[in-house]
Design a protein around this ligand. Structure first.
Ligand SMILES: C[S@@+](CC[C@H](N)C(=O)[O-])C[C@H]1O[C@@H](n2cnc3c(N)ncnc32)[C@H](O)[C@@H]1O
Length: 231
């Protein structure tokens, strides 16, 4: 994906986000920059899903290791950290300052866990291995992905990075919004075809999602590595 604008940290505006216990996180978004400068609806749906019964109302995140891919503002990783997870939010290098800013701004709220902003370009195997060694020597519990499955030039590399990050104990939570403009739906089809070769895939029913933050055109998919595939 070609990023034309670095993120301008002098032109920020905020989006407040409440956890179920009314703890408030503040996500700074940038007026100038690429798509990662704002919080997307799929990220909000995934953030609120982390506090549902599927995760013991959010209590299941304590001590869990999480990497979020294509984090943009870092919203999903920050919410996981606020719930006690040890998270790394990642994106193209241009987005690290914005993610860093949000990590620092929310420092007191995410103190139950931790969050580090790191560059990770999908398909960059040495970057992926370095992050695994530095932050997740015991393996990853979760990979989270919100609104990232549309880039024709990087669909294959996104799948490669997901595969490389996962061990048998990892669950991938991938939230995406259906889009039928251009070739977006074809990209989504290709992505799930590739993922289906390596992972068992299931969809989280709407009824299991947050009752307010859900939508029929936003899907949360769970991937777990197929046990008998040789990687
Ligand atoms: C639509 S935004 C979603 C941002 C955030 N996850 C959210 O939902 O609010 C897609 C993100 O993917 C990132 N991205 C695109 N191509 C990438 C690549 N090849 N490697 C890493 N990140 C990439 C973009 O920079 C952007 O932040």
């Amino acid at each position: 994906m070609a990023v034309t604008n670095a993120v301008d940290l002098s032109k920020l505006y905020t989006r407040n986000f409440e956890l179920n216990d009314e703890t408030e996180l503040v996500f700074h978004q940038s007026e100038i920059g690429d798509v990662g400068c704002v919080v997307w609806d799929a990220a909000l749906v995934l953030c609120k899903y982390l506090e549902t019964r599927d995760f013991d109302e959010g209590n299941a995140w304590h001590g869990k290791t999480v990497i979020d891919l294509g984090s943009g503002t870092g919203a999903v990783g920050l919410v996981a950290a606020a719930l006690g997870a040890l998270t790394v939010v990642t994106d193209l290098p241009e987005f690290v300052p914005l993610m860093d800013h949000n990590v620092n701004y929310n420092k007191s709220v995410i103190a139950a866990g931790s969050c580090s902003a790191q560059p990770l370009v999908w398909g960059d195997s040495s970057q992926t291995q370095n992050l695994k060694e530095k932050f997740f020597p015991q393996g990853l519990d979760f990979v989270t992905i919100a609104d990232c499955v549309y880039y024709e030039e990087s669909i294959t590399s996104l799948v490669e990075t997901i595969v490389e990050l996962c061990s048998d104990k990892t669950t991938v939570l991938c939230c995406y919004e259906e889009r039928d403009i251009g070739n977006k739906s074809e990209m989504q089809r290709k992505f799930f075809e590739m993922i289906g070769k390596r992972f068992d895939v299931s969809e989280v029913p709407l009824a299991a999602q947050d009752p307010h933050f859900r939508s029929p055109d936003i899907h949360i998919m769970k991937f777990t590595p197929k046990l008998c595939v040789v990687r």
